[in-house]
Design a protein around this ligand. Structure first.
Ligand SMILES: Nc1ncnc2c1ncn2[C@@H]1O[C@H](COP(=O)(O)OP(=O)(O)OP(=O)(O)O)[C@@H](O)[C@H]1O
Ligand SMILES: [Mg+2]
Length: 252
């Protein structure tokens, strides 16, 4: 059984089938890519998997448990965390406090035996500070822990959003174009960090990314969406050489 199993998921907005017959299986520990042109339905898939939108058809399960139709809160508690295409941080809170908000929402299972200890510690401020420090260290943000989130440079705000999502102790982390707006150096560094997070926390990650090359560099498997439908699925080397995919991306 895969960690995430999505069967025939679909949603319509008015007459528009934004996503239609979406299927994917994501194994535990996978770093999986979801790509496709603008408006293909990528973010809509995330919105369905997090309860922001209720699918019109289809189902999805996490660890064998059917989460279709559950609320955003329930789904978060069941272990799906996400970041947003447009950064959403608590702008007037410090960097460290942003991560602590995530830690407060942490539920018992989690990343990480390695990072988290006994549940009883969670009310302990000092404990939260230590856990926040560990996560901030991973993302190279510890030195800026007392800055207001809004004062961080853009690339670091993106990292902070990932750190906060991770702090909730998810089973599955959904990243919606985490490198959007970053320069090539920042992007390369972020991809390394994402890889590191997967390896270190044994996290399962589904990554939306626009840049095909970038995705093929770090993901073991990818799905290409086009006009709401799965165009191709499999190893990046195969998928990116698929003529259908090339046409969808280049338009001709
Ligand atoms: N709440 C909504 N109401 C109506 N239409 C919507 C809604 N959300 C998304 N759509 C439409 O669904 C389609 C898919 O949008 P979505 O945002 O999922 O695309 P995307 O693949 O994430 O694109 P991008 O790469 O630009 O982020 C688009 O045509 C979009 O306009
Ligand atoms: Mg999108």
């Amino acid at each position: 059984m895969a960690l995430l199993e999505v069967k025939n998921l679909g949603i319509s907005f008015g007459g528009l089938r934004a996503v239609d017959g979406f299927n994917v299986n994501i194994e535990k520990g996978a770093l999986y890519g979801l790509i496709g042109p603008n408006g293909a339905g990528k973010t809509t898939v995330f919105n369905m998997l997090t309860g922001v939108y209720q699918p019109t058809v289809g189902t999805f399960t996490l660890d064998g448990e059917n989460l279709t139709g559950k609320s955003t809160l329930e789904i978060a508690h069941k272990g799906i965390a996400r970041t947003f295409q447009n950064i959403r941080l608590f702008a007037k809170m410090t960097v460290q406090d942003n991560v602590k908000v995530g830690l407060h929402n942490h539920v018992k299972y989690g990343i990480a035996s390695g990072v988290f200890r006994l549940p009883g510690y969670f009310k302990d401020e000092k404990y939260l500070d230590e856990r926040a420090k560990e996560l901030l260290d991973v993302f190279g943000l510890y030195g800026e822990r007392d800055y207001l989130a809004s004062n961080l440079p853009y690339g670091k705000q993106r990292k902070l959003e990932i750190a906060r999502a991770l702090a909730t102790g998810p089973k599955l982390l959904l990243l919606d174009e985490p490198a959007a707006g970053m320069n090539p150096n920042e992007t390369a560094e972020l991809m390394e960090t994402i890889h590191f997070v997967r390896d270190t926390f044994d996290m399962t990650i589904l990554l939306i990314e626009h840049d095909m090359k970038l995705v093929s560099g770090i993901c073991e498997e990818i799905t290409v969406l086009n006009f709401g439908q799965v165009l191709a699925q499999g190893k990046p080397s195969d998928v990116l050489n698929d003529p259908k995919v090339i046409v969808a991306y280049l338009g001709e």
